[in-house]
Structure formats: structure tokens, C-alpha cells
Design a protein around this ligand. Structure first.
Ligand code: ZN
Length: 433
């Protein structure tokens, strides 16, 4: 009876059904078959005590960079999927800015199959869904063949790492993706306004003598894209929202019924530009960490549900690259193995979100927003489940990461909430030793 087990007496938190009660969860042949009290279960089914632990829908991260093909020294599909499972994630969306980029069906199919291949070998992690390039070679000029990419397994399109700059291309993408029911994910940035900036524009950048990226670099593109989503009826998803202006724009657009969604990263919810002081390259990311007013606004957006999803923008980089001078170091940080605990510590402990509210934004809402399976423990669903201890505090130690990269600004942070088991399709892909 593989892919079957009984998770007994855990605190079942399922935002999709409004459940937050002690229950048993029965998994048979990879599917959830019952959520109830006092399940004795078919004979011979392994019984796992979840007493004192939270049992929730597996987390879904719609924004990760797995670096394969092309930069396997930073991360591979295998290491990234396993890092994801260790962080409680059961599904991750892999961005297409690999080398070569995921702009043809073979490349998209490779990412999906590679994750499945490792899973068959017993070395799998989270499910990996490829996101295809929106433009050929991510060059921002010619639209990719979306039909073929979707057939090969693509769940969305984006040029992430770069914005989709040409408004006519963006319009066509928002029109064309509708027949496939997929969103266009936008890294909203006006490169001319960013002008080679390396951190947030403001007093800290001035003090450090670094070139700044203004809020308007993000906000002007979000505003434009909202009008294009309104014009076309397409689904625009704004990645890594970092500014108060973008939160306001998305709020107003949603109020008038535009199909726009957004995501915020744990780092934009918890850190500000001050983290860059000392030229700390582990605080260099794009979009940059912003002002305290921006951090508060993005946080409020997540609390209100205007920004429905929390996504990590997991961006592995090699130690030596991050050791360069601030101007030359690459943008980005890893996030899969710290996201849940950072968010519990920073959002749930202070009372801004309930645990259920957090799981909603890290699982149920991403599934609903993107129209994909998951985010629920309803009987009949695939058994994608995270079991975690919500109360144990621990100290982040990047040396223990399963990711191949260590670039995190959270090293040494005291955080709360420890993933104990991650189950994908009834198969335990991570178990805390
Ligand atoms: Zn991006």
C-alpha cells in the first residue's frame, strides 16, 4: 500500500474548506480519501501521528528559479525541488530564464520530465511546473508559440528577469493566453527608469553612493499593464510587488473588476533598503528592498488579500558571485527553505495573519488565482500535504540548506515553524530527520 497513510490527530488547517480543527487525514493511493475524527483506517495502512502538528495543503510557490539548464552549479531541478519539499512546498513554478531559455516545447518538456525522473528514482521533491518564455530568447520582440509550450507542460508565460517591455507584445500576450487559460506573469520594471540601478532610490542609496531604482520603475509598468489587461480581458499577474504605488494600482484595478493578481516575497514583507547598509550583497535583489512605507504597504496588501500570493522568487547564486563588489554582484536570494518560518515569525506571531490566513496565501490562493490543482485537503484531491510544527523556534543556518546556494539575508535569524513532513501525491518527499 504505497502512497497511502493515515495522518492522525493533527490540527488540520484547510483554508479551502474553512477547517481549523483536530482531524485525521486518510491518504489512499496518492489521494486524500477522508478528513474526519477517529478514522481507524483500512488494515495495514501506515499510521503517522500528527499530534501537536499542523496538517495543511502543501505550499505552492509560483516564482522560483531552478537554474537548470545552464547554471547547475547554482541549482538543479533536483536540488531545487528537494529544497522546496524541505520548505513545505509541494508545487513550484520554474521560471524560464535558464540557458538556453524555456522558449520551445523541448526545453519546457525537459524541465517537467527531469523533475518526474528524479521522483521516479525516489529522489524527487516538489512538483515542478515549467513557466515558458513569453518572447523568443527572452529578447522581448517575438512572441513564443504558446500553444506548443502549453502542450509541453507550460503553466504560464513570462520573461522574468526582464520585463515584457513592448506594450504591443504585452497586449498580444494578454489576448493570446486567454484561449489557453494561463496568466501572463510580469516582472514590472521600466529598464530606462531603472538605468542600471542596483538598489532602491533614496537616502540610503545616496549615503552609500549607489545608483538607485525609483518606485516609478515598477509602478509605471504596472499601470500600463493593468490598462492592457482591462482592454483585453487577459489575466495579468504582477510578480514580486515591491512598491506602495503598485499595491494601490492593483487594489483599484481589482475593485473595477480587472483580472490582475499579484505576489509578494517574504523579503519584501520583512526587510527594507536599510539591509543593504554595509554593502551587503545578500540584500541585493530586483526589485530592490524598498522604504519602510513600501514594506508596510505591501504587507497591508497581503493582509487585505489585494496581493493574494506569497512567492519566494528563489534565486540561487554561487557564493563567489555574491562576494563581488555590490555593483557587480548578481540580484537575488534563495527563499524556499526559509519562507514558511520567516512568514510565521514575522506575520503570524505579531498577529497580522492567522496561520490559516498564511496558508491561504502560500497555498490555497496561488492555486485558485492561477487555476491549478492543489491548495486543498478536500477528499478526492491529490495528497499534496505539509505537516509542520508551528511553535518551535529555530535559527536559520544556510549551511544546512538543501539548495545548492546559500545566498540569504535571513542567515542567523530566529524564526518559527518547522516543516516535519512534505507529501506529494501520497509520497513522502521530505521528512525531518
Ligand atoms: Zn523578476
Amino acid at each position: 500500500m504505497s502512497r497511502s497513510l493515515l495522518l492522525a490527530a493533527g490540527r488540520v488547517i484547510d483554508p479551502s474548506t474553512g477547517t481549523d480543527e483536530v482531524r485525521d487525514v486518510l491518504v489512499e493511493d496518492g489521494r486524500i480519501t477522508a478528513v474526519a475524527r477517529g478514522i481507524t483506517g483500512p488494515d495495514g495502512i501506515p499510521r503517522v501521528s500528527a499530534e501537536g502538528l499542523v496538517v495543511a495543503p502543501g505550499l505552492i510557490d509560483v516564482h522560483v528559479h531552478l537554474r537548470e539548464p545552464g547554471a547547475e552549479h547554482k541549482e538543479t531541478i533536483r536540488s531545487g525541488a528537494r529544497a522546496a519539499a524541505a520548505g513545505g512546498f509541494t508545487t513550484v513554478w520554474a521560471m524560464p530564464n535558464t540557458d538556453p531559455p524555456l522558449d520551445d516545447p523541448a526545453a519546457v518538456g525537459f524541465v517537467r520530465e527531469e523533475a518526474r525522473r528524479w521522483a521516479r528514482k525516489g529522489e524527487g521533491g516538489a512538483r515542478v511546473s515549467p513557466v515558458a518564455a513569453a518572447s523568443l530568447r527572452l529578447a522581448g520582440e517575438q512572441m513564443t508559440e504558446i500553444g506548443g509550450l502549453v502542450e509541453a507542460g507550460a503553466v504560464a508565460v513570462t520573461d522574468d528577469g526582464h520585463p515584457i517591455h513592448d506594450p504591443a507584445l504585452m497586449r498580444r500576450l494578454l489576448e493570446y493566453t486567454q484561449s489557453f487559460g494561463i496568466p501572463v506573469l510580469q516582472h514590472a520594471e521600466d529598464m530606462a527608469l531603472s538605468a542600471g540601478g542596483v538598489m532602491n532610490e533614496g537616502a540610503v542609496a545616496t549615503a552609500l553612493g549607489l545608483r538607485g531604482i525609483p518606485n516609478a520603475s515598477e509602478a509605471t509598468v504596472v499601470a500600463r499593464d493593468i490598462y492592457l489587461a482591462e482592454l483585453t480581458g487577459g489575466h495579468l499577474h504582477v510578480q514580486h510587488v515591491s512598491t506602495r504605488e503598485a499595491v494601490d494600482l492593483i487594489r483599484l484595478a481589482r475593485e473595477r473588476g480587472v483580472r490582475v493578481s499579484g505576489e509578494a516575497t517574504p523579503h519584501h514583507l520583512t526587510l527594507t533598503e536599510a539591509a543593504v547598509r554595509g554593502y551587503r550583497t545578500e540584500a541585493k535583489m530586483n526589485p530592490p528592498l524598498r522604504s519602510e512605507a513600501d514594506r508596510r504597504a505591501v504587507r497591508q496588501g497581503v493582509i487585505d488579500g489585494v496581493i493574494e500570493c506569497i512567492a519566494t522568487d528563489h534565486a540561487p547564486h554561487h557564493y563567489e558571485e555574491k562576494e563581488r563588489e555590490f555593483d557587480d554582484a548578481p540580484f537575488g536570494i534563495v527563499g524556499l527553505e526559509t519562507a514558511l518560518a520567516v512568514c510565521i515569525g514575522e506575520l503570524v506571531v505579531p498577529g497580522d495573519l492567522t496561520l490559516s490566513g498564511l496558508i491561504e496565501r502560500m497555498s490555497t490562493a496561488p492555486a485558485r488565482t492561477m487555476g491549478i490543482a492543489g491548495g486543498t485537503l478536500r477528499p478526492g484531491s491529490a495528497a499534496d500535504i505539509v505537516v509542520f510544527d508551528p511553535d518551535t523556534a529555530w535559527t536559520v543556518d544556510s549551511a544546512s540548506f538543501r539548495s545548492r546556494s546559500r545566498n540569504t539575508p535571513f542567515d542567523g535569524w530566529r524564526v518559527k515553524g518547522l516543516v516535519r513532513r512534505t507529501i506529494v501525491g501520497g509520497d513522502t518527499r521530505y521528512e525531518r530527520p
